[in-house]
Design a protein around this ligand. Structure first.
Ligand code: NAP
Length: 213
């Protein structure tokens, strides 16, 4: 992999709706931490995502709390409320800009999320500004088809530098992403167990608050 030599602080921003957070997300963050030699991964639950009008997500504060519960024991993981405290829709460009302001021009920033979400982000209007501020790590489930990335000519960064002006995207296959938030919500609504798919504290919190029934 063409990972430049580490010269400064390297942080990961793990964006997601986390409705709910599950073990696939945690494995993704841990894998990115190790593979990309990150110093920290900040989980950033979305406030009101710009692309989600069809299904109303759980209250942002509840998704944030579940993310805190899930990550509490890992000293390299933090959770940021930045998108929840910001009024209006959650745009990734605003979030990365804020981290860039806090960590300075020298910091290397990797925005980590699901591959399909990255396709949406780079199709967005401020994508070129975002591409100047960070690199991307696209997490995929096994068997993920890269055709959509090929069509946009943004394909990976495995062996060659991307064309100038194109986003820098690393692909990372995560078998644990066989777990999905959609499936977990369905399981809860059918009264199937979610133990071992989400951290125990999250499973207990979902049950206690009666989410997704
Ligand atoms: P989504 O559309 O709900 O998810 C797309 C796919 O990616 C799903 O399979 C999802 O699985 C997976 N996924 C989501 N977050 C992941 C993560 N952190 N690690 C691994 N897989 C992940 O995506 P979303 O959660 O709403 O959005 C993801 C991020 O992209 C958020 O930070 C959002 O703000 C950002 N985004 C920004 C824009 C924009 O700025 N214009 C547009 C789109 C998305 P699960 O359902 O199991 O998580």
């Amino acid at each position: 992999m063409l990972l430049p030599e580490k010269k400064s602080i390297r942080i990961g921003i793990m964006g997601g709706t986390f409705d709910p957070i599950h073990n696939g997300h945690l494995v993704t963050a841990e894998e990115a931490l190790v593979q990309f030699e990150l110093d920290k991964v900040f989980f950033v639950p979305t406030g009101y995502p710009p692309h989600k009008e069809e299904r109303k997500s759980l209250d942002p504060v509840e998704r944030y709390l579940m993310t805190v519960i899930a990550t509490a024991s890992n000293p390299h993981f933090e959770v940021s409320k930045i998108e929840i405290d910001r009024k209006g829709l959650s745009f990734t460009v605003d979030t990365v800009r804020e981290f860039r302001k806090n960590y300075g021009a020298e910091a290397e920033i990797f925005f980590i999320t699901g591959a399909d979400a990255i396709l949406e982000i780079i199709a967005w209007k401020n994508a070129d500004k975002l591409a100047e501020m960070c690199k991307f790590i696209a997490a995929t489930r096994p068997g993920y088809c890269l055709k959509k990335f090929e069509e946009l000519h943004v394909l990976p960064y495995e062996n060659k530098e991307p064309e100038p002006g194109k986003p820098k995207i690393y692909m990372m296959e995560i078998p644990a992403l066989a777990i999905s938030s959609t499936d977990i919500r369905k399981r809860v609504s059918h009264k199937y167990p979610i133990r071992y798919l989400v951290p125990e504290g999250v499973a207990n919190y979902v049950l206690k608050r009666g989410f997704y029934r």
